[in-house]
Design a protein around this ligand. Structure first.
Ligand code: ZN
Ligand code: ZN
Ligand code: FE
Length: 753
């Protein structure tokens, strides 16, 4: 006989861990106790040594689905001769190291009950248990306990209370536990908040969707706008009202079988779709699907997710194969999440509102992921993933990082863990900026840390930078944009050694004041050196060039030929006077900042091939180029690498010339686009070989928004693997600016722990 003390850290509170331990102790006939404390869960058990050993193994093997064990320490202590096993109550201020769990899709057990006519929660849209349901979005403070969630509005009925108090119940200490007697209720209302039906709002909502209406549906982290995905007119009307011309809409499909009829799904992708996080997964469309074509026009992919709340299951169950479920906002605004606000802001978009009275405390968008080169890759890390910790090298003082300006996220560290926030959005929008500040405060409060410094981008005009410098009141650390991308990928892999960073994106403020974006760096978490880049190119009209790719096309034509060559007709849609003005201004260097951006080269090539002269969202032209490119192209276009002050400069003039010639003789656009991608891959390999010769480094990091491009990334990995490089790519955090804040915290921490 012996007694052991076991301390477990990680996501172990609010996920059914104590009842799990209780049942396990009973199974092995052990006496003792389990309780929550400042670090996580502490267990004391006594019994036969054999049983104790099996008990510890079982903890790890059978832990509840939402639990994540970061560490498990055990030591033998003096026997106390306990009898029986008990759960000891936690005290209020004993939760310092504890982590809040992310929101999770409704579990199988709850689903069974949801559709069981004999169950007391039959068709109750807010069913949940310790293994599933809302978490992060309803938490208002620490410790994670019902009074500090938005469930405080709903006093338990006797039955729910009994489940909550019963260690044998799946709902023991399930803070959002509820039933139709005591819990949140659905309502169907109009834009003024007036109730539309007295009974059964759900079937009325379904009927309206069937009739082609647009419904705002309150979900876990915010509102969706829903329409029947097979109804072309309804989708078109949604586009018109939402002022969204072409950007693809996300789909929610009834089940995996339906998804497989809409799109090609491999094993990795189906795992990702069915994961507890339930992200939107980008999947190659199948021909012959019976959904409206205008859901994702000019796009090879559908963004599909499976239902994740009981309400979603109820909506889709009988009547729809798939619904369009797009974040409820006007372009650029943050996702709506409060009832009054939703009715107000979405009044012109939605015909009716399916709402409920469980408040959302923290707005959280759907996460977006894809499988790239056999690994999951998060493109937007938000609902379901936040606030899960990311381990970072070395313990250091708490650091806040405020991220970039677009696709903003923030990051806060506690010890050797980094907490990257949900997707915040484009800070130029005032409401998004408010939500940025709330997110910072909320993270500090639920993690119970006060940052001692703030890391920010070099860009002086980012709202996040201004917040750091003018409002945070903390010592600041400026981190160069592309160094942050490099560090973010290194940190994700727990790598501290130096690497070659191939960092390609649209825009990042350079250390020389120019706009960088096609960068070859060498560096580690603490420092970097720029060893190569795309040749600087004027960006006619500055920021305007990101929305009007014809400007970059013009810029490349000017620097390649000095003028617009005969036969090039791509500027037909542009007023002659505007074209002349921009041409002259660019030659004189007026309002034409210099950029080494790879994203802008993609824009230029897309425009030169006549794909599009203007875009309605960033990266649209590049995406279209990727979509239509023929992946089988193996022959690169010519290009020039030159040396300038020890930096390797990539000059694409010969490539532009060859592309124009191919285009003018009428070669297929798919072939040209494929060769363009291949050329970049071959060029990257050649540059990296040169850098390896100079530095001896053979570890490579691929980061920056350009590496969301599956085709390019695949080609680059092929080339680099052939040259025996070891290559790190993103998986846990996005390669785009949504992952930047993680890089910023690790750079700041490594400079001065
Ligand atoms: Zn459940
Ligand atoms: Zn109840
Ligand atoms: Fe970037």
């Amino acid at each position: 006989m012996q007694r052991q003390k076991i301390i477990i850290e990680g996501i172990v509170q609010g996920v059914g861990f104590r009842p799990f331990i209780y049942q396990l102790a009973e199974r092995f006939g052990l006496a003792g106790s389990v309780g929550n404390d400042t670090r996580g869960v502490t267990i004391e058990v006594e019994g036969e040594a054999d049983d104790l050993a099996q008990f510890v193994t079982a903890i790890q093997d059978e832990k509840p689905p939402l639990a994540a064990i970061q560490s498990l320490e055990s030591e033998t202590i003096a026997m106390q001769g306990s009898t029986g096993f008990s759960i000891v109550q936690s005290t209020a201020n004993e939760t310092r190291r504890v982590q809040i769990a992310p929101d999770t899709f409704v579990c199988e057990d709850c689903l069974q009950e949801l559709f069981d006519p004999g169950d007391r929660r039959y068709r109750y849209p807010f069913i949940n248990c310790t293994n599933c349901g809302p978490r992060y979005t309803i938490v208002t403070g620490i410790p994670y306990d019902r009074p500090l969630t938005t469930m405080v509005d709903f006093p338990f009925c006797a039955e729910c209370q009994a489940e909550y108090d019963d260690p044998a119940s799946r709902r023991f200490h399930a803070q959002p536990n509820a039933c139709s007697t005591c819990g949140p209720q659905l309502q169907l209302v109009d834009g003024k908040g007036q109730s539309l039906v007295a009974e059964d709002p759900l079937s009325e909502a379904v009927q309206r969707l069937k009739d082609g209406q647009i419904l705002a549906v309150k979900g876990l982290g915010g509102y969706h706008l829903a329409v029947d995905a097979s109804n072309h007119e309804a989708v078109q009307e949604l586009r018109r009202r939402k002022q969204r011309d072409e950007k693809p809409f996300a789909l929610m499909a009834k089940n995996l079988d339906v998804v497989k009829r809409l799109a090609h799904v491999n094993d990795d992708e189906s795992r990702l779709l069915q994961g507890v996080e339930r992200p939107i997964v980008l999947l190659p469309k199948r021909s012959g699907h019976n959904l409206a074509e205008n859901i994702a026009p000019a796009n090879r992919y559908f963004g599909v997710m499976l239902p994740y709340t009981p309400l979603h299951y109820l909506l889709l169950q009988d009547d729809f194969e798939a619904l369009v479920m797009t974040s409820a906002n006007l372009s650029d605004e943050p996702i709506a999440f409060e009832n009054d606000e939703a009715c107000q802001r979405l009044g012109t978009i939605a015909d009716a509102f399916l709402i409920h009275n469980r408040r959302i405390h923290t707005r959280t968008d759907d996460s977006i992921a894809r499988v790239m080169s056999d690994r999951p890759l998060l493109l937007r890390r938000s609902r379901g993933f936040v606030p899960r910790a990311i381990a970072v090298p070395g313990k250091s003082r708490s650091t806040l990082a405020v991220g970039a300006e677009l696709k903003n996220t923030v990051c806060l560290t506690r010890g050797d863990q980094a907490f990257l926030s949900q997707h915040v959005g484009d800070l130029k929008n005032l409401e998004v900026y408010d939500s940025f500040k709330q997110t910072i405060n909320h993270l500090q409060s639920i993690l119970e840390v006060q940052p001692e410094r703030v890391a920010h981008d070099l860009h002086p005009d980012y709202y996040s930078t201004r917040y750091a410098l003018e409002e945070s009141g903390l010592p600041t650390v400026a981190v160069q944009h592309h160094h942050a991308h490099l560090a973010s990928c290194l940190a994700e892999h727990g790598v501290e050694e130096p690497a070659i960073g191939v960092i390609f994106d649209g825009t990042g403020y350079g250390a020389d004041g120019n706009i960088w974006g096609g960068e070859f760096l060498i560096g580690d978490l603490g420092s970097y050196e720029r060893v190569g880049h795309f040749r600087y190119q004027p960006m006619p009209g500055g920021d305007l060039a990101t929305r009007e790719p014809w400007r970059m096309a013009l810029s490349y034509l000017q620097s390649t030929y000095g003028e617009i060559p005969d036969g090039v007709e791509i500027f037909d849609g542009i007023a002659k006077s505007e074209l002349r003005l921009v041409t002259q201004a660019t030659m004189k260097g007026i309002n034409a900042p210099l950029t080494s951006s790879c994203g802008r080269l993609f824009d230029a090539v897309a425009a030169l091939l006549g794909l599009r002269q203007k875009v309605s969202f960033e990266g649209q032209a590049a995406m279209q180029l990727e979509m239509l490119a023929d992946p089988a192209q193996t022959r690169p276009y010519p290009y020039l690498l030159s040396d300038d002050a020890d930096q390797i400069i990539f000059d694409p003039s010969q490539m532009i010339d060859a592309i124009i010639k191919d285009h003018l003789v009428g070669l297929p656009t798919a072939q040209i686009a494929g060769r363009f991608h291949r050329s970049l891959a071959v060029m990257i390999e050649e540059v990296c070989v040169q850098i390896r010769q100079k530095t001896g480094l053979s570890l490579i990091v691929l980061s920056g928004g350009v590496f969301q491009n599956c085709l390019l990334t695949g080609m680059v990995l092929d080339s680099l693997n052939q040259s025996a490089f070891k290559v790190l790519t993103h998986s846990l955090v996005p390669p785009n600016d949504g992952g930047l804040a993680l890089g910023q915290v690790v750079v700041a921490s490594s400079l001065n722990p």
